[in-house]
Design a binder for this molecule. Structure first.
Ligand SMILES: [Zn+2]
Length: 507
């Protein structure tokens, strides 16, 4: 196999996929059009391609570390592509099932995907529950197709010679997932008391009329909406706040021609901020349609973290190794996304970037966001534990799995979830593990920046320069590698636990 030809094709494929997603999300295409792209580049994901990459890897000497890391990454992506190619029809069927499902409400019918937002804006707990119950029923209507798709992915993993889908991903990510789950189990235990008491206080304040013992997923959706904080986060200030934040680090977003901010109003544009590597680092697009509210702000900062990472990636490196721009391990880029996202957990940063907000309100905002973050990390700990079982079994249509899912989620989050969601609430490819590693990396990186540049590290140009140096390496390194290179040693779930525990605790 000619590896450099393969790389060019891979780069072209990856750009085309990103462009298809961008065009759909930006409101140019009503339907997501990835099928023709997969068809055009199907040779990238055949058994021959996989064998060719394996052979190339065997032939490359151990000393060529970057070349080997690149081939490993390409091999991982080729294997994932092989699985996806075989599940393609089921994936389409599933998308169709989801988009055509409807829920009856208030005398009309609403689409499945609009329900969570309606629940989040429904102040009446009884109505919330009823709407959510109908949504769960509709979601469960696609469980058969979900199960079939998962069975197909599992079977393809075994066809590639792995014991299970789980074993395949241990190989692709290069992470011992069971060892990771032991560490995240310990995180759950370490944060349990602080989480429960912070949640109890917050529920008393924000979820009146709902008993703490009876909290449900619908209550969570309403709670995380935080509509009472809307007036401090007006839609018009999102982009100026982002520009001000970056300029503290010496980065002037209005001069970043390679990071194009698409803020145009289009009726069919998806309002959630998103980032696309169209032809990175030269063409990165940050899609925004500000609606205001704290969630809108934090999502934009998260996506901007991806954009900065992609946009500052070395052009030379990506030309030789496009796989470092589109790796199968997402932890590195998620780590940088969380770094910008979590500026909102820093009271000092909030004070400087939210004008006319009282000291008491800053503490309120910081406490709420810290609690939501701790909730999310705990939720993903439960997800990882569950997915380890789900992706090792050959029987995914199982009562046992349904109950395991609901039990782990309810225990970790304090909000009850329906067992029916056991196949809906799963991302492909152990994304949960990537997020968890990214969270633990981010807190170490933030601590490092703070030690080196002071409590206001985000207002220091030199901190920006150090980040730019890191972003330059794109996703060449895993978060575990980076932690060693930067000098803080290991990614630590203890540090993550202690940081979030103290952030949610009352002084
Ligand atoms: Zn992300």
């Amino acid at each position: 196999m000619n590896v450099s030809d393969y790389r060019s094709e891979f780069a072209a494929f990856s750009s085309a996929i990103e462009l298809a997603h961008y065009r759909h999300r930006a409101g140019f295409e009503p339907q997501l059009q990835t099928e023709p792209v997969y068809e055009r580049y199907q040779d990238l994901f055949t058994r021959d391609a996989i064998e060719g990459l394996k052979l190339a890897l065997q032939q490359l000497p151990e000393s060529q570390e970057t070349g080997r890391a690149g081939l490993n990454s390409l091999l991982g992506t080729a294997r994932i592509g092989f699985l996806e190619a075989h599940a393609k029809e089921l994936t389409d069927e599933y998308a169709h099932c989801q988009s055509s499902a409807q829920v009856e409400w208030d005398g009309g019918r609403v689409s499945l995907h609009s329900v969570p937002k309606m629940v989040a804006n429904e102040p009446d707990a009884v109505r919330r529950r009823e709407l959510m119950a109908r949504w769960v029923d509709a979601v469960a209507g696609c469980n058969d197709i979900r199960a079939a798709r998962l069975e197909s992915l599992h079977e393809s993993a075994r066809a590639l010679g792995f014991d299970s889908y789980r074993a395949l991903y241990v190989e692709i990510i290069g992470t011992d997932l069971e060892a990771l789950a032991l560490r995240t189990d310990a995180f759950l235990a370490r944060t349990e008391t602080a989480y429960a008491s912070a949640l109890r206080r917050a529920a008393t304040r924000d979820l009146p009329g709902v008993s703490f013992e009876e909290l449900q997923y619908s209550d969570y959706l309403f709670f995380q909406r935080m509509s009472r904080l809307d007036r401090f986060f007006p839609a018009g200030d999102v982009l100026p706040t982002y520009a001000a934040a970056m300029s503290g680090l010496g980065i002037h977003v209005e001069q970043q021609k390679n990071i194009h901010i698409d803020a145009e109003v289009r009726p069919t544009k998806n309002p959630r901020a998103a980032c696309f590597r169209i032809n990175a680092p030269d063409d990165v697009r940050l899609l925004v349609a500000p609606v205001g509210g704290v969630y809108d702000y934090t999502v934009l900062f998260h996506e901007a973290g991806h954009a900065q990472h992609f946009g500052w990636s070395s052009r030379e490196l990506i030309k030789r190794h496009p796989e470092f721009m589109y790796p199968p391990d997402h932890a590195t880029t998620e780590g940088y996304a969380f770094l910008l996202n979590y500026l909102f957990l820093d009271p000092l940063w909030l004070r400087e970037h939210l004008p006319n907000v009282s000291e008491e309100r800053v503490r309120d905002i910081q406490g709420c966001l810290a609690l939501l973050s701790l909730h999310n990390v705990r939720r993903y700990c439960a997800r990882l534990r569950y997915e380890l079982t789900l992706h090792e079994t050959s029987a995914v249509r199982s009562e046992h799995l349904m109950h395991l899912y609901a039990q782990l989620q309810s225990e970790a989050t304090g909000f009850r979830r329906s067992p029916q969601l056991y196949l809906w609430d799963v991302d492909d490819g152990f994304y949960a593990a990537a997020y968890l590693r990214a969270w633990a990396f981010e807190v170490g990186l933030r601590e490092h920046l703070r030690t080196r540049y002071g409590r206001r590290w985000w207002a220091e140009r030199r901190a920006g320069d150090e980040l730019i140096d890191l972003w330059n390496t794109s996703s060449r390194y895993t978060v575990e590698d980076l932690a060693k290179h930067i000098g803080f040693g290991e990614v630590s779930f203890e540090l993550l636990a202690d940081s979030l525990t103290s952030a949610v605790s009352e002084e």
